[in-house]
Write a protein that binds this ligand. Structure first.
Ligand code: NDP
Length: 487
């Protein structure tokens, strides 16, 4: 046996004798099927790609830690990883663009995914947010339609602004998010220079069983900075991986990016009376009503060793909630709780939680068995059913969810609020004069190629209802007039 510890092997560990020349029948004869190493090498190569995510395909990731800085947070949640100041939890984050494919350019106007996995002692907690505090739609039933408009036209296979603006103009609940998106924050300078938001309202429950509603805000210590549109276009051609590279290099050089995590805590009963529906993800909760409270600090201090193993195979789901953190009735969140896990079952398999990047640090004990790529011993000889009298793992009543009272009839019902305009108008008005100019320019440039004036006018009406000056300026930029019927 050779002592060479660095010798090449097949996937089954068998030493390879020649990795440069196939086995042929004679020096110029055909290749023999007995060259198993060749067959395995070519066959595995064909299988290197897994299905890319339908959304959030292009991403960059990093490891780090989260440290609690506020002892008071345990008043609001019994989540173990938030129990005391100084407590540190390892985490992994994946940033992403939404609409582009795996190889698409980083410097495009698009929301950024901001997905954090906390490896807590009570299981993995995934906070799957974006760099925007709101979303385009508020019911998951519209999600596939919405995403189809952001992807490619069925015939031309091109991005198509007609689909985009047709859908947005017919879905006025999108106005808030598209305003955020066409402002400076829709094109961040780097992944380090943007905030992250949980977007949905979640529920926190403390050890007394008291519940609160909560909104998450990760505020960048690097500051929030946008990218100049012309530079972004240039970079998209010259260095489509600009954001990925920037994040990797910063961490590699020891310039560790950090975010402070804040929450808005909303007393439980307030959901019945607050001026906005707390469970409508197209709305923010005013910080004037519920100021931010500091929770802790997230620091990214380690690059992945292997992109595919850690970033591509990382799997987040808003369904991964630890005791003390629960879902709200937000319809978009409820849909995501299903669809994220389902996407990973499709992409990575039924046992995707066993891939090292997704594996919790605590022990997994349950009655799930078998399935493709089961690699953890499959529960050994322990019982496979419950209830049992064999001392198998049993539920822990202290981890039971907090109740939420519901009433009414089962029906397909829209959210109450038809006010899609006040908050986007507030956002427009809080932008500086310069940013407002850029916002108008970005909208006009995006909408100009839309072929139908009907679509443009429908959208102008939304801008006008949010702020008449805004509507007038967009109409002027598009060479149209705000219809008299709207004024
Ligand atoms: P506040 O004045 O208390 O907060 C306004 C927030 O707007 C700031 O905290 C900042 O968020 C954010 N902001 C500032 N400049 C910009 C910009 N150019 N583009 C996007 N966001 C910006 O007011 P309210 O909480 O009452 O919110 C008013 C409006 O602010 C909302 O309608 C919403 O559109 C927007 N907003 C609200 C947020 C919230 O969660 N309440 C979060 C972000 C925006 P940050 O500190 O996170 O950078």
């Amino acid at each position: 046996m050779s002592n060479n510890k660095n010798r090449l092997t097949t996937a089954s560990g068998i030493p390879v004798g020649d990795n440069q020349n196939s086995v042929t029948a004679g020096s110029n004869g055909p290749v023999l099927i007995q060259d198993f190493h060749l067959l395995e090498k070519l066959a595995h190569f064909n299988r290197e790609r897994i299905p890319e995510r339908v959304v959030h395909a292009k991403g960059a990731g990093a490891h780090g830690y989260f440290e609690v800085t506020n002892d008071e947070i345990s008043k609001y949640t019994k989540a173990d990883f938030l129990s005391e100041a100084g407590k540190r939890t390892d985490m992994f984050i994946r940033f992403s663009t939404v609409a582009g494919e795996l190889g698409s350019a980083d410097t495009v106007r698009d929301p950024r995914g901001f997905a954090v996995k906390f490896y807590t002692e009570e299981g993995n907690y995934d906070l799957v947010g974006n760099n925007t505090p709101i979303f385009f739609i508020r019911d998951a039933i519209k999600f596939p339609d919405f995403i189809h408009t952001q992807k490619r036209h069925p015939q031309t296979h091109l991005k198509d602004v007609n689909m985009v603006w047709d859908f947005w103009s017919l879905s006025p609940e999108s106005l808030h998010q598209i305003t955020y998106l066409h402002g400076d924050r829709g094109l961040p300078a780097t992944l380090r220079h943007m905030n992250g938001y949980g977007s949905h309202t979640y529920k926190w429950v403390n050890d007394q069983g008291e519940a609160f509603w909560v909104k998450y805000h990760f505020i960048s210590e690097q500051g929030v900075k946008g990218l100049d549109v012309d530079l972004a276009d240039k970079l998209a051609g010259e260095n489509p991986d600009y954001h990925t590279e920037d994040l990797y290099n910063a961490i590699d050089q020891g310039d560790f990016p950090a975010w402070k995590l804040y929450v808005q805590i909303i007393p439980y009963e307030d959901y019945k009376t607050y001026k906005w529906d707390l469970f409508d993800v197209t709305k923010t909760v005013s910080q004037k009503d519920y100021p931010r409270i500091e929770v802790g600090r997230m620091v990214l201090n380690r690059n992945p060793e292997n992109y595919f193993a850690e970033v591509e195979q990382s799997a987040f789901t808003p369904g991964n909630l630890v005791p003390g953190i629960e879902a709200s009735p937000d319809k978009m969140l409820q849909g995501r709780i299903f669809s994220y896990g389902d996407a990973h079952r499709y992409r990575l398999g039924a046992n995707n939680q066993q891939i090292p990047i997704n594996r919790p640090v605590n022990e997994v004990k349950n009655y799930q068995r078998d399935g493709a790529m089961r690699v953890d011993g499959n529960g050994g000889n322990t019982p496979v059913y419950e209830p049992n009298s064999l001392n198998g793992p049993a539920e822990d009543i202290t981890s039971k969810g907090n109740p939420f009272e519901v009433h009414g009839v089962a029906d397909s019902v829209a959210y109450d609020s038809e006010d899609h305009y006040t908050q986007p108008g507030d956002l427009y008005r809080l932008m500086s004069v310069d940013e407002r100019d850029r916002l108008i320019e970005n909208f006009v440039n995006h909408m100009k190629p839309v072929e139908s004036d009907e679509i443009k006018l429908r959208q102008i009406e939304h801008f006008y209802k949010a702020d008449p000056e805004w509507g007038e300026r967009i109409a002027q930029g598009l060479g149209l007039a705000v219809p008299e019927s709207v004024k």
